[in-house]
Design a protein around this ligand. Structure first.
Ligand code: NAP
Length: 263
């Protein structure tokens, strides 16, 4: 893994800051998309039991010839699989063709009673070596605190919807203060790619607004998970290492978030 392109989790594991998102990529679209992502340099793939594409991702990984150790794999267990946790994780590992997942997440907050119980399953999975790191998704800071208090084990990651217009400094700083890495999703889908500030900054660097958004994540050390099924865009979204936003540009992008500016 290349230094500068990764961020450490509290567990010590290094995670590539750009992962390939795979929600809604199914069937015949999976193989070419994943192969293309690996070809242009992604070494982090985000999937979930609920995406129904783990078997196709596993097949594409094997076909790519990229060694398993070089790819950071994330999957998630949804609350509706409570009671079927073992089968869910076993199925994920089987379909991906691996004996361990690099990051295993609770896909969304279940109930106050279920959250610590499901979390204990992830902790056990980590203790058994089936998951290297564990985390949550779509949790609030309060829900993370409750989990940490009730189980004594804070998550390594919180995967949440995140794009400049949703930038919330309190959430970013709150996660950082808890040593929980912020992993953003829907960075492009929830963005306005015609936003004048993004267009202006993109012009400064001869890149696209999508690349500006992804670069903004990297400079904040947020993980981001762009998804595309188009060869050119898959490459474009990973081609963000050759330019740097100025501090002023980062601040202008922060200010697109309703709560991005310090009070
Ligand atoms: N934990 C959760 O609850 C959760 C929820 C949602 C997503 N996620 C994860 O986060 C990943 C990313 O989020 P997302 O799937 O919502 O969307 P996204 O990556 O923000 O956006 C994907 C959309 O943007 C388009 N796009 C991609 N690259 C582009 C570019 N360079 N210029 C213009 N348009 C571009 C894609 O179209 P084309 O395919 O046509 O290029 C697609 O319509 C998911 O795939 C999934 O892995 C997690």
């Amino acid at each position: 893994m290349q230094p500068g392109r990764n961020t450490p989790l509290a567990s010590g594991t290094q995670v590539p800051l750009i992962g390939f998102g795979t929600w809604d990529i199914t069937g015949d679209d999976v193989r070419p998309s994943v192969l293309r992502a690996l070809e242009v340099g992604y070494r982090h793939i985000d999937t979930a039991w609920g995406y129904g594409n783990e078997a196709e991702i596993g097949a594409a990984l094997r076909e790519s010839g990229v060694p398993r150790d070089e790819v950071f794999l994330t999957s998630k267990i949804p609350p509706r699989r409570i009671g079927l946790e073992d089968q869910t994780l076993t199925g994920t590992l089987r379909d991906l063709g691996t004996d361990r997942i690099d990051l295993y997440l609770i896909h969304s907050f279940p109930t106050e009673q279920e959250s610590p119980r499901l979390w204990e399953f992830l902790v056990d999975a980590r203790d058994r070596g089936q998951a290297i790191s564990i985390g949550v998704s779509n949790y609030t800071l309060e829900q993370i605190d409750d989990l940490a208090v009730s189980t004594g084990v804070p998550p390594d990651v919180n995967q949440i919807r995140w794009t400049p217009s949703l930038y919330d400094r309190q959430v970013a700083e709150g996660l950082s203060a808890r040593c929980v890495v912020l992993e953003g999703f829907s960075a492009l889908r929830k963005a306005n790619l015609d936003e004048p500030v993004l267009l202006d900054i993109a012009g400064n660097h001869a890149v696209t607004p999508a690349q500006v958004i992804l670069r903004w994540h990297i400079q904040h050390r947020f993980i981001t998970l762009p998804r595309s099924t188009h060869r050119q865009r898959i490459a474009e979204n990973f081609d963000v290492w050759g330019f740097e936003l100025t501090d002023e540009e980062v601040a202008r992008i922060d200010a697109l978030g309703a709560r991005g500016v310090a009070a």
